[in-house]
Design a protein around this ligand. Structure first.
Ligand code: AMP
Ligand code: ZN
Length: 436
């Protein structure tokens, strides 16, 4: 443990020796199986099909015998096909931010609501946050889990909570100034936008604001983007991972070491599989994250295919927590682009862009026609003023950087700071209008 005075939310649970943690997982897995077998016909049917009964699971290695649950399963069983409690025991409904078709409905019992806040509070405390903090929640309140779960978590810790919601940068700044906000929860795209806003208004956050921490998540972003957020807002930015299907935020979170995110293994079982074949991959390999809930009451989910690409880090963390970490999510299996026969993820484009001086904080990948790719890139304020003439040089630098990374040569269009749209929710990084 690198700092003996570090506050822990629940040290006994977060530092359980691995054998005890795994015994707890097995016990909870078996309870979950018994529960879905009894209460959810969808799972009874799936388990029957896979020829596994709950008592056939004797060790964690048997997990791989269980059937997967996919996003499509959640949509097909909408609205209440996976509910494992009587309807009057459901306390809250969230839906996931799916962009097409039916949403996924996620039910919480009273215990689930409490556990979701508890896990998130645990995560916040792992970053060094405490009751003295003033927490400004700049996420969308509503059906999205992102704001409500963290809201109750910060209240649990005893922080002053400001439910600001996203957008309206003038008001955000006013609140930050007047109430001495120390911690914010924000999407990476809004964080970059807000950093621009501060710069444009000549606000030096280190001098004029009390910000210390930003919890940044809900969409993939790169290390280079993290550094831009940290520099632009004068904070340490902690990576925060979650998904509605597993409570929302607080599934995996960076501790103060900021080397990967601890995934709370007393609540979730994790696996990494090959997204194509569905076969489990060896520890440390990169692939699709699959999660099984271990304590969710209203809506337990077995082997959920998150589509998120990451890997498990097995090495112990210097903070002393025993729950294993996952690497930064590098993209979603569904986000992979194929342009002129070459495969890549939008995050590869972001990694190159954010490392180039003069590039601002927003970009969008536009695909048109038969397979034409244009990357529209905002310049930074400095990029605008420092480089009136050698704009072509910057453009060339971006094109060659991208070509080396994604092995195809896109068109690059430079636009002034603030020219590209910013969404209040999750950023839309790819606009695909191809007629293929
Ligand atoms: P939702 O269910 O609407 O909260 O969306 C969850 C999805 O957002 C996840 O499956 C991820 O694809 C994405 N996501 C959430 N947090 C992060 C993060 N820290 N890094 C990358 N992607 C994230
Ligand atoms: Zn740690």
């Amino acid at each position: 443990m690198s700092s003996p005075d570090r506050a822990y939310w629940k040290p006994a649970e977060e530092t359980l020796p691995r054998p005890a943690l795994e015994a707890l997982q097995l016990d909870r897995l078996r309870q979950t199986l018994a529960r879905v077998w009894e209460k959810v016909p969808f799972y009874r049917h799936k388990l029957d099909e896979a020829k596994v009964s709950p008592d056939a699971v004797r060790g964690l290695a048997d997990l791989r015998r269980l059937p997967f649950t996919t996003g499509a399963d959640l949509r097909e069983t909408y609205p209440a096909g996976l509910l494992a409690v009587p309807p009057d025991e459901a306390l809250r409904l969230h839906t996931s931010s799916g962009t097409t078709g039916k949403p996924k409905a996620i039910f919480f019992s009273r215990q689930d609501v409490d556990n979701s806040a508890e896990l998130c509070a645990r995560s916040f405390v792992a970053t060094g946050m405490g009751r003295q903090d003033v927490f400004q929640n700049m996420m969308t309140y509503g059906l999205f889990t992102g704001a409500l779960v963290t809201h109750y978590a910060a209240e649990k810790i005893g922080c002053l909570v400001i439910p600001a919601g996203p957008g309206n940068s003038d008001r955000q700044l006013l609140l930050m100034r007047d109430f001495r906000t120390t911690a914010i929860h924000i999407t990476p795209s809004f964080a970059l936008y807000f950093a621009d806003f501060l710069e444009k208004h000549g606000v030096d956050p280190r001098q004029e604001l009390a910000l210390q921490r930003a919890f940044v998540g809900a969409e993939p972003y790169t290390e280079a983007t993290r550094r831009k957020i940290e520099a632009g807002l004068g904070v340490r930015a902690f990576n925060s991972y979650g998904l509605s299907e597993m409570n929302g935020p607080g599934v995996a979170f960076e501790c103060q070491e900021q080397q990967g995110m601890h995934l709370w293994e007393d609540h979730f079982l994790m696996e990494i599989i090959d997204p194509g074949s569905g076969e489990p991959l060896p520890l440390g390999a990169r692939g699709e994250l699959v999660l099984t809930t271990l304590v969710r009451e209203a809506m337990p989910i077995l082997r959920y295919r998150t589509r998120d690409i990451t890997s498990i880090m097995d090495a112990p963390c210097a903070c002393g927590r025993t729950h294993r970490r996952i690497q930064r999510i590098t993209g979603r299996a569904d986000d992979m682009l194929i342009v002129r026969g070459v495969n890549f993820y939008p995050q590869q484009v972001e990694r190159i862009l954010m490392a180039i001086e003069g590039v601002g904080r927003n970009y969008v990948i536009c695909l048109e026609g038969l397979d034409e790719m244009t990357v529209k890139v905002e310049l930074s304020e400095a990029g605008m003023s420092d480089r009136p003439e050698p704009m072509y040089a910057l453009q060339d630098e971006i094109v060659s950087g991208l070509r080396a990374e994604i092995l195809t040569k896109p068109k690059v269009e430079l636009v002034p700071p603030g020219a590209l749209p910013v969404s209040e929710g999750k950023a839309r990084r790819v606009i695909d209008n191809r007629k293929l």
